[in-house]
Ligand binder design. Structure first.
Ligand SMILES: [Zn+2]
Length: 332
């Protein structure tokens, strides 16, 4: 819903008049102990007219990068200068985030909230939380980004998933400089991005950060990069005055998750690097057993680049090890 210059924007308990920033929450049920579950929200309603850009983060509770990005961005977007509205939902899955786990530990039936959108009002608890978020978002948002990272298991460098409609690719490129690893994802349901796109709107999924980038300096870097992209999107859609940047090396490709062929210690090959083209068959990493003997090797499944690597070296066969972009070619 595009906003006009004299219209309030309401999300959950937050109503922001034009030129205002308001905090509030989306009610999402309660627990046996009487605890109310609420999804925090920040509504930045611009003084001018424009689209509504919705940012949501921490659908996976072990991914604190998006919440930091929302916190930083909320201080940098001046509602007096904004055209349209920015809605920040820093923590869609508050129980998972509070436990620092991928899913809500109180709901073992629907552990991955990014596979159940748009949720169900009468489903498992996580279905109900997803549904509450979706109901708040579906009539308000025009543009949506879901922020993810490698969470507790991996580090993911800048990567984006799009449904390949031109308007989705446009939003992906508006993430800015360095965000050229843009892969196709045609999944029809399960994620906020898919639910948005089914509703005829524009949603993408973006990835940055994870376990080996949670040291103080690196975690701040990740938050800053994501916050910069939120502001860059505002520049691109002329919601704020400023010069947008764009990736100069955008590629099109498909994700393949490489699983550990053996158990042991995961050792990336010296000299390999994220978001750097390699040839099919090149070695990405080796796995050694507890005595130091090599027991497995991960090779590039195609020409392309990896954007994610396992951050915890202890590995069991079948574990996620590498997220690879099978590059099909450059984007226009
Ligand atoms: Zn995630």
């Amino acid at each position: 819903m595009s906003t006009t210059s004299n219209e309030s924007v309401t999300v959950g308990s937050a109503t922001a008049a034009p030129g205002e920033i308001k905090r509030g929450a989306i009610a999402a049920g309660d627990l046996a102990g009487g605890v109310k579950v609420e999804i925090p929200v920040v509504v930045i309603n611009g003084a001018g007219a424009g689209p509504t850009f919705w940012v949501n983060a921490a659908i996976h509770g072990d991914e604190p990068e998006g919440p930091l990005a929302c916190a930083l961005a909320s201080k940098r977007i001046d509602p007096a200068k904004l055209k349209g509205a920015v809605v920040l939902v820093p923590c869609v899955n508050p129980l998972a985030f509070s436990a620092a786990e991928r899913g809500n530990p109180l709901d073992t039936f629907t552990y991955d909230m990014n596979r159940i959108y748009p949720g169900k009002p009468d489903g498992y608890f996580s279905d109900r939380v997803a549904h509450a978020h979706w109901e708040a978002m579906k009539d308000v948002a025009d543009l949506e980004i879901s922020i993810h990272s490698g969470g507790a298991h991996s580090f993911l460098d800048k990567a984006i998933f799009v449904d390949e409609r031109p308007e989705s690719v446009e939003l992906a490129k508006a993430m800015g400089e360095g965000w050229g690893c843009i892969m196709s994802n045609f999944t029809k349901s399960g994620s906020p991005m898919a639910a948005m796109n089914n509703a005829g709107k524009v949603g993408i999924t973006v990835e940055l950060g994870g376990r080996s980038y949670t040291s103080p300096e690196r975690f701040r870097y990740v938050g800053e990069e994501l916050a910069k992209s939120i502001v860059n999107i505002c520049y691109h859609y002329e919601m704020l005055d400023g010069q947008a940047t764009y990736p100069d090396d955008a590629t099109k490709g498909q994700q393949e998750a490489l699983l550990a062929p053996a158990s042991g210690i995961f050792l990336p090959e010296p000299g390999v690097d994220f978001l750097t083209m390699m040839n099919k068959g090149d070695t990405i990493a080796r796995i050694i057993n507890i005595f130091g003997d090599e027991v497995g090797e991960l090779k590039a499944p195609a020409d392309g680049m990896f954007f994610g690597l396992r951050a915890l070296p202890n590995v069991n066969q079948g574990d996620w090890c590498c997220f690879f972009n099978k590059v099909e070619g450059p984007r226009d």
